[in-house]
Design a protein around this ligand. Sequence first.
Ligand SMILES: Cc1cc2nc3c(=O)[nH]c(=O)nc-3n(C[C@H](O)[C@H](O)[C@H](O)COP(=O)(O)OP(=O)(O)OC[C@H]3O[C@@H](n4cnc5c(N)ncnc54)[C@H](O)[C@@H]3O)c2cc1C
Length: 389
Amino acid sequence: MGVIWEPRLDAAAAGWRERARTATVRQFAPLAAEIDRDQRYPHESIPVLVESGLCGMFLPVEHGGGGASLTALTAAAEEVAKGCATTAAIISTYQLGAFPILLEGSDAQKRTYLGALARGRSISFALSEQGSGSDAAALATTAVREGAGWRLRGEKFWIGNGGISRFYVVFAKTEPAAGAHGISAFVVDKEKPGVVVDHYSDKMGIRGTRTSNLKLDTLVGPEDLVGTEHRGLRLAFRTLDVGRVVVAAQALGIALAAYEAARDRALARRAFGQPIVDFQGIAFQLADVATTVSAARMMMYEAARAYDAGESVTTIGAMAKLHATEVAHRAVDIAVQIWGGEGYCRPSLVERLYRDQRITEVYEGTSEIQRLVVGRAIKAEAEALAKVA
Ligand SMILES: Cc1cc2nc3c(=O)[nH]c(=O)nc-3n(C[C@H](O)[C@H](O)[C@H](O)COP(=O)(O)OP(=O)(O)OC[C@H]3O[C@@H](n4cnc5c(N)ncnc54)[C@H](O)[C@@H]3O)c2cc1C
C-alpha cells in the first residue's frame, strides 16, 4: 500500500481506471509536453478516446456510451490528468456539453447528440459571457420569439472545445425581466448562418485545449430547446454540480503527478552531502502534500459516491472542488520548490503542472463561488435549525 490514500473501487470503476491508465501511458502522456509547448489540439488522441470508450463512458449504454458511474468517471479523469491535464480537460468538456441533454433533453436530442458524442463528436457548454462568468444570471444573450422558434443574439466567451465541437448548448434569456428564472438552453449548430466561432484564447495552462468565443445572431427551432423554457439556469447548475466533481478529479490527478515528481526528486537530489528528502523541511512539505491530497481524494470520491447513490451533491461537490483545487495548488507549488531552478525552467514537468493546475480554481465556478455555495448551505441549515428551536 502506498502513502497516498487509494479509493476502493468496484470492478467496473477499476476497469475504467485501468483503461484510462493504459490510454494515458500509450497516447496522452507522451504528447503532453509537445501539445503544451505548441498550443496544439491533440486531434490524434480523439480516436483513442473513442476506442477506449472514455469520451462517452458516462453516457447510458442505449446512447452508445459506457454506462459508467460518476465514481468511474472521476477515477478515469484523475488518471488521465496525472499524465496529461489537457486531455482530462477535453474529457470534462465532453461531460459538460452532454449533461444538459442527458439530464433534460428530448429523446430525439439524446439520440442525435449523445450517440455522436460517444463517437468523439463533442458538444460544448456555452454559458459564460464577457460580462457574466460567476454571475451567470446576468448573461446578456437573448432568445426572442421569431416564428415557431427563437432568434439568439449575443456572444459567449471561453467555450471549451469551441470550434472543435459542431454543437453548442447555449444559455440565453427568454424572459429578461425574470432574471435567473428567465433563461433557457438551446442546442446551436455552428454550421448555421449567423454562428461564428472566433478568438482562440492563448492560455497559461491546459494549452492543448481549444477555448474560444461564439458569436450568435441565428435562428433556432422548438426542437432545439433543451429542457423546460425559462428553466435553463437550473439545468446549467445541475450540470455544474456534476462537472465540479470531475474538475476535482482533474486537480487531484495533477496533484498526484506533482507529488510523485517531488517525492522522486527529493530522493535523487543531494545537497549538503545527503538526499534532500532527509532534510526535515523537505520531508514535512511532502508529508503535508501526501496528507492533504489523500483527504481531498476521500472527499472527491465521497461526492462521486453520493451522486451515484442519487443524493444531492451541490454542497459536497462544491466542497470537493474547492478543497481538491486548493490542495493541488499547494502541491504544484511545493513540487516547483523541491525541483529548485530546474523546476522553474522549461521544459520541466513540474513547471507545466504548475500552469495546468491553475485553471481548476477558475472554471466551473471559482473557489469564491464554491465558498458561496457552501456558505448558502450553511445559512439554510442555520435557518432550519432556528425554526426547530
Ligand atoms: C480555459 C477556460 C475554459 C472555460 N470553459 C468554459 C466553458 O466550456 N463554458 C463556459 O460557459 N465557460 C467556460 N469558462 C469560463 C469560466 O467558467 C469563467 O471564467 C469563470 O466562471 C469565472 O468567471 P469570470 O472569468 O467572468 O470571472 P468573474 O465572475 O468576473 O470573477 C472575477 C473574480 O471575482 C470573484 N467573484 C465573483 N463573484 C464573487 C462573489 N459573489 N463573492 C466573492 N468573489 C466573487 C471571482 O471568484 C473571481 O476571483 C472557461 C474559462 C477558461 C479560462
